[in-house]
Design a protein. Structure first.
Length: 300
């Protein structure tokens, strides 16, 4: 099949609008989508620098590439989580991509730089690995963004965002809904602004672009990935989208542009009840040391 915009072979087909795009026009379309998200939610203003959380997965590599193409000052940060072969492969792929494109990348090792072993901590504290891992990633990414005076960008795509929103609606987790936003402002000097510029880009578009341009990305799932409920919601939404294209975009876009205001859930309650950690100075919701300092402490 030919691209609807030129004579090249199409790599993606949209049943809605009966359009097909070649790699070049898919990239142009993705750049427009990212640009629209950035402007609509005021993600980046006045020459702000960006720090992209690079996991080595397709979405983070695509985000890094599109922000560079749009002319932003961008640096990548990869965290080696110390999760065996999966982490080694993720670091190798992130480094390879950075080298191939000449993009700046910093690599932080959870074990080497902070002395934390996620799996041992999880067993010792009787917390699921993903809960410990989430604490570690949030802390390191926020700290790196604050220290480099950058906005932190993550590669959540439309399918991820729709599944998270729907999951929170199904369980009426009002606090999570209140915290959710495509752009969370920096409400404290030690809290970085966070943005999700791929919020209008679908999983299919992200995977198609990476495959058609030969971007190598991490395919295996993390061995600790268990998100059964979220995957079930994601699968159900994918089936709905298949039968009724455009549903996910309308769901996410309308929620953030209109519905959350109507419901009074406009994502600005982030700093409520947060105090400075007496040990590192970063914010915490507990009265003593923050969760990250407690993790470090559990090994001393
Ligand atoms: Fe971390 Fe869990 Fe994600 Fe693995 S699946 S990278 S342990 S949060
Ligand atoms: Zn084309
Ligand atoms: Zn701390």
């Amino acid at each position: 099949m030919k691209c609807s915009r030129c004579e090249n072979e199409a790599v993606i087909y949209y049943s809605q609008g009966r359009r097909a795009l070649c790699t070049e026009h898919l990239e142009e379309y993705l750049l427009r989508k990212v640009n629209r998200a950035i402007r609509r939610f005021r993600m980046l203003e006045g020459g702000e620098r960006v720090l992209v959380a690079v996991s080595g997965g397709k979405d983070s590599l695509l985000l890094w590439h599109l922000l560079k193409r749009l002319g932003y000052t961008v640096e990548g940060l990869h965290i080696n989580l110390g999760l065996g072969e999966y982490s080694e492969l993720s670091e190798k792929i992130s480094r390879g991509f950075s080298k191939q494109h000449g993009y700046d990348l910093t690599v932080v090792s959870v074990e080497g730089d902070y002395g934390i072993n996620i799996i041992r901590s999880s067993r010792k504290l009787r917390r699921p690995p993903c809960s410990v891992c989430g604490t570690v990633k949030r802390y390191i990414l926020n700290k790196a963004a604050v220290e480099s005076r950058s906005v932190l960008a993550t590669g959540h795509n439309l399918d991820d965002e729709a599944a998270t929103l729907m999951g929170n609606i199904l369980s009426w987790d009002v606090e999570q809904l209140r915290r959710a936003s495509p752009a969370l402002p920096a409400t404290h000097p030690r809290l970085a602004k966070r943005i999700k510029p791929l919020i209008y880009v679908t999983e299919k578009e992200s995977a198609t672009y990476c495959l058609s341009t030969g971007i190598e990305y991490v395919l295996p799932e993390c061995p600790h990935s268990v998100g059964a409920r979220l995957s079930a919601v994601k699968d159900a939404l994918a089936r709905i989208e298949d039968r009724s294209p455009g549903t996910l975009l309308n769901f996410v876009d309308t929620y953030y542009r209109r519905v959350r205001d109507i419901l009074g859930l406009s994502g600005e309650a982030r700093e409520v009840a947060l105090a400075e950690c007496p040990s590192c100075g970063y914010l915490t919701s507990s009265s003593g040391p923050c969760a990250f300092c407690r993790l470090k402490g559990s090994f001393s």
